[in-house]
Design a protein around this ligand. Structure first.
Ligand code: SAH
Length: 273
């Protein structure tokens, strides 16, 4: 993150102004301006002491209360949402919307999914046979790192997280966003490449989660899913005329599929760019 040489004093002054206020002052601080201001604002947000504006735990707690009211009851998932600072994963001009239940652009025509959809998918993973037995997700493969927000949540729920992104620019951005893993204890490995192939070197995975949807589940994902494990992915369903969440459990006797909610994810594309 670069900062214009003539502007270093600007943000401490602005931050003093937001003391004691939550959203409105921060919204003001994060108002879109020129690129230099953006870079400096990003730097300022990253170093803002906790307890101020968007850094306040209260802002995330409000989101958690809303998720709970909407039917998310998985406590470890809610705790992860309470911990990970979503506003640090989006452009500073959008940070004031970070705790709304909305998808947001993350660049390269991609989006970070709505918190309610992410919570739903993570809750489905936490309901797998393996997760119920162990209380955590074990080794997880995520397809579509994007800005890294979901990977940060996964680091609170899993022991090991392997996350693949096909766009180099987003892979690099996620690496920067996830430098501290937002406090999550899981071991995190970010991979640049085509997630349609899974990631054979670290297979099998107890859980696989995809943040992009295709017309079929790539065979590599099923091959790399451990017995007792679960895959959650958006999938285009011609009969329903849109994407739905597919859950696949690998049981000793075979694969069990269940269809869940209608969703709207960016397309799963092959190759890397
Ligand atoms: N979980 C992400 C959501 C990112 S959007 C987050 O929290 O930000 C979905 C991402 O999937 C996009 O970044 C897109 O580039 C990526 N993607 C699509 N097809 C892919 C593929 N075959 N392999 C890896 N990533 C893919």
């Amino acid at each position: 993150m670069t900062q214009g040489p003539t502007r270093p004093a600007r943000f401490p002054v602005a931050l003093d102004r937001v003391h004691g206020h939550e959203r409105p002052a921060c919204t003001d601080l994060l108002r879109p301006q020129g690129p230099l201001q953006h870079a400096a604002q990003d730097a300022a947000r990253r170093s803002t002491p906790s307890g101020l504006g968007l850094d306040s735990a209260a802002v995330r707690e409000r989101m958690v209360r809303r998720l709970r009211a909407e039917g998310v009851h998985c406590e470890p998932v809610l705790q992860a949402f309470a911990r990970v600072e979503r506003h640090r994963f989006v452009d500073s001009a959008l940070a004031n919307q970070a705790y709304e239940d909305t998808s947001l652009p993350i660049g390269s025509s991609q989006t970070i999914s709505k918190p309610s959809v992410v919570a739903r998918m993570l809750s489905l993973l936490m309901e797998s046979a393996l997760a119920r037995e162990r209380g955590h997700l074990g080794r997880v493969l995520e397809i579509g790192t994007g800005c890294g927000y979901q990977a940060a949540l996964l680091c609170w729920l899993a022991r090991t997280v392997i996350s693949i992104e096909r766009l180099k620019v987003l892979h690099d951005k996620a690496r920067e966003n996830l430098a501290d893993r937002q406090g999550g204890q899981g071991d995190l490995r970010l991979v640049y490449g085509d997630g349609c192939l899974g990631h054979a070197p670290r297979a099998p995975y107890d859980h696989i989660i995809a943040a992009a949807g295709g017309d079929q589940v790539p065979p590599a994902w099923l091959d790399q899913l451990a017995v007792g494990g679960r895959l959650v992915a958006p999938l285009h369903d011609a009969a329903r005329g849109g994407q739905v969440l597919l859950v696949v459990d690998r049981q000793p006797e075979g694969l069990i599929r269940q269809w869940h909610d209608a969703v709207h994810f960016v397309p799963l594309k092959s190759g890397s760019a």
